[in-house]
Design a protein around this ligand. Structure first.
Ligand SMILES: Cc1cc2nc3c(=O)[nH]c(=O)nc-3n(C[C@H](O)[C@H](O)[C@H](O)COP(=O)(O)OP(=O)(O)OC[C@H]3O[C@@H](n4cnc5c(N)ncnc54)[C@H](O)[C@@H]3O)c2cc1C
Length: 319
């Protein structure tokens, strides 16, 4: 039995770009899988009100609009799975994608992970990345069984990931410098967990370690003059920035100078069979309607590519 989960179209990222693409490919009877690390953390998911999406009520929240898009794609047959991608192998004809939930293989691959990434900013973060510093509790949590870890950040991703870590770590030190949003889900469960220690109004100043990896973090509490040296084995850092999320490409596709993913007018990258859509392109036009448009163009181009058509086929032309 194959260890791969095979599909025609593999989409990484379930934001408006990924969902719009999936809606079209699934409707064209192409087997479509969307892999999305968290439906609550993308740019549209955190948008309070989306007043400029054509045809949608100005009071609609980004999360509601995204849910409608996701449900619509699923209603046409797309398979939406919550899974964080940590690596790909896109150089062969079949594209392989690695997640803690399994290894996927697509005849085509669509990169739609948006631009909510950040550069490492904490002293020690780069040095100990992969040796105690992690951005994925679902991927790495099991390595910290019965050990103490620190989670830094107050956004939804930090809360979700800290909750995952409570199942493995003996103690989860949750460090927040700003208040978590009132509507954050899982907040009460996290605060009530026996093995969680919340350091509020506290900055994580640096990650400390030696040859063995992370040994601790240095914290600065508001109003206190001396920093706290906290011994931990893992540091999970979750703050959002505005850089294209491309770390999982591991250099397989050259990026633009600004970190954006270059594509042609069909949204295909420089690697045949791989498309890039939405904010990951890092254009100045970061809007939900543009992300959806990219997804539509990629889907029609994929249909042409997989079915070896000479032209793009639009479904309103009945010959
Ligand atoms: C605060 C804010 C307000 C905004 N307001 C508006 C507005 O009013 N109107 C408007 O049109 N646009 C607005 N935008 C812009 C708009 O939200 C984006 O242009 C749009 O969401 C981009 O879509 P996307 O699908 O490319 O990326 P995103 O919406 O960011 O979605 C990316 C998806 O990829 C997933 N992902 C990331 N990494 C991985 C991984 N390794 N594995 C699996 N999945 C992964 C994420 O979980 C996420 O679901 C706003 C953006 C922000 C940040």
């Amino acid at each position: 039995m194959s260890d791969f989960i095979d599909t025609d179209v593999l989409i990484i990222g379930g934001g408006p770009a990924g969902c719009a693409c999936a809606l079209y490919t699934a409707r064209s009877a192409l087997k479509t899988i969307i892999l999305d690390k968290n439906p609550s953390v993308g740019a549209l998911a955190i948008t309070h009100k989306i007043a400029n999406y054509p045809g949608v009520d100005a009071d609609t929240s980004g999360a509601d609009l995204l849910k409608t898009m996701r449900d619509q794609a699923v209603s046409y047959g797309a398979d939406y799975r919550k899974a964080q991608v940590y690596g790909i192998d896109a150089t062969n004809e079949l594209k392989v994608v690695y997640t803690p939930e399994g290894t996927f293989r697509g005849k085509t691959l669509v990169l739609a992970t948006g631009a909510m990434g950040r550069t490492s900013t904490l002293p020690g973060e780069d040095t100990f990345l992969g040796r105690g510093v992690s951005y994925c509790a679902t991927c790495d949590g099991a390595f910290y069984k019965n050990q103490e870890v620190a989670v830094y950040g107050s956004n939804q991703e930090a809360i979700d990931e800290a909750l995952v870590l409570t199942k493995f770590a003996s103690k989860v030190h949750w460090v927040t410098n700003s208040k978590p949003g009132a509507g954050s889900s899982g907040l009460e469960t996290l605060m009530a967990a026996e093995n969680v220690n919340h350091w509020s109004r506290t900055r994580l100043v640096s990650v400390e370690g030696d040859d063995s990896g992370v040994t601790g973090v240095r914290l600065q509490q508001s109003g206190e003059s001396d920093p706290v040296e906290l011994p931990v084995n893992g540091a999970f850092v979750y703050s959002s920035g505005s850089l294209p999320i491309t770390d999982y490409l591991q250099g397989q596709i050259p990026l633009n100078e600004d970190g954006g993913l270059p594509v042609d007018s069909d949204m295909m990258t420089t690697l045949p069979g791989v498309w890039g859509i939405g904010d990951i392109r890092n254009t100045p036009f970061k809007q939900a309607v543009v992300a959806c448009s990219d997804g539509c163009i990629a889907a029609m181009s994929i249909d042409k590519y997989l079915n070896k058509r000479k032209e793009v086929r639009v479904d309103w032309v009945h010959r």
